[in-house]
Ligand binder design. Structure first.
Ligand code: URA
Length: 323
């Protein structure tokens, strides 16, 4: 690995907890115990496996719709004699919606019980036509209150990770492209340095698997994932990313329709709707397990390579990883 960092990027990596002298040449990933959230939720079998081509966006490069006011969906009425919220089927035609329709459909969604406990839905943020898409698990407390994904402590770490590769969630405010200056380029290898300078398209869109906060941040339930995944699928089709960074076990397992732990899925490209997916640890996990931040950095480097059409330059030993 070759690192050629400017002071800003060094600061970003320091914030990520990545010590620059730590990675070993040729294999930044070595074994290590990786704690994980309890495995008490399983992936819904109704979630499709990857490989189908991305459905084309309904309209060519739709102009970003003005952000609608974040309205609280009215609380669903309870069925007579019951405390369970009255659920309403997800709207038809999600797969053909434009951004405005999709955002409205999510805001009014009552397809699962999370509609009764959310403050508001959390749709997504960033550039709506972007090379990069980050997919997390579900809103937490702060996200539920603010209506934006990854704005709590984990979000700060995610922002630092993205900044380290030249990305910002502010669509118009992308950090100067990593390709803008060879001297200040953060590179993970020679090939990235060469290819990055040929392609300055940047931008990231950030979304979650679930659009509503599970009560007390409990794990997503299979029915919640099954109900919500079509919205994410449509977001991916509209964004048309070149690379997806899937963060955390639930997002990873739902996208890839697998029960495999993250440790066994890292280090190579998977696919969702024809888009390459790189699997990495959730920032919230990294806050609890900072010793794995170097692995997350290696995953970002791999994502950079795959986005540029390069071949992964490392493999991992995952026998001791459990998350
Ligand atoms: N964790 C996630 O997966 N997503 C968020 O938006 C916040 C925390």
């Amino acid at each position: 690995m070759t690192l050629n960092l400017d002071p800003r990027q060094r600061a970003m990596l320091a914030e990520m907890g990545v010590r620059l002298w730590a990675p070993r040449a040729g294999n930044a990933l070595d074994s290590g115990a990786a704690g994980a959230r309890p495995a008490n939720a399983r992936v819904q079998s109704g979630i499709e496996a990857p490989a189908a081509p991305v459905a084309p966006a309904a309209a060519p490069a739709p102009a970003p719709a003005p952000a609608p006011a974040r309205t609280r969906a009215p609380a669903p009425e309870a069925a007579p004699g019951s405390h369970a919220p009255l659920l309403v089927p997800r709207p038809e035609g999600v797969e053909a919606m434009d951004w405005r329709q999709l955002e409205a459909a999510v805001a009014g969604c009552r397809a699962c019980a999370l509609c009764a406990t959310r403050t508001q839905t959390v749709f997504g943020v960033g550039a709506r036509q972007a090379d990069w898409m980050v997919i997390g698990e579900a809103p937490g407390e702060t996200e539920d209150l603010r209506g934006e994904p990854f704005v709590g402590q984990a979000g700060k770490l995610l922002d630092a990770m993205l900044a380290a590769i030249g990305l910002s969630r502010q669509a118009e405010d992308a950090i100067e492209s990593i390709a803008d200056s060879a001297d200040s380029t953060l590179t993970c290898g020679q090939k990235d340095q060469e290819t990055a300078s040929k392609d300055q398209k940047q931008g990231v869109y950030i979304a979650n698997l679930l659009k509503c906060r599970p009560p007390a941040n409990r794990n997503p339930q299979p029915d919640e994932i099954a109900q919500c995944e079509p919205y994410l699928r449509r977001q991916v089709a509209l964004v048309q990313p070149r690379i997806i960074l899937a963060m955390g076990r639930f997002a990873v397992q739902a996208l890839l329709n697998t029960d495999e732990p993250i440790g066994r899925l890292r280090g190579r490209a998977h696919h969702y709707q024809g888009v390459p997916v790189i699997v990495t640890y959730h920032p919230a996990y990294l806050l609890r397990a900072p010793h794995d931040k170097a692995k997350a950095w290696a995953d970002l480097c791999l994502a950079l390579q795959v986005r540029e059409g390069g071949q992964p330059s490392y493999s991992i030993s995952s026998s001791t990883e459990h998350q």
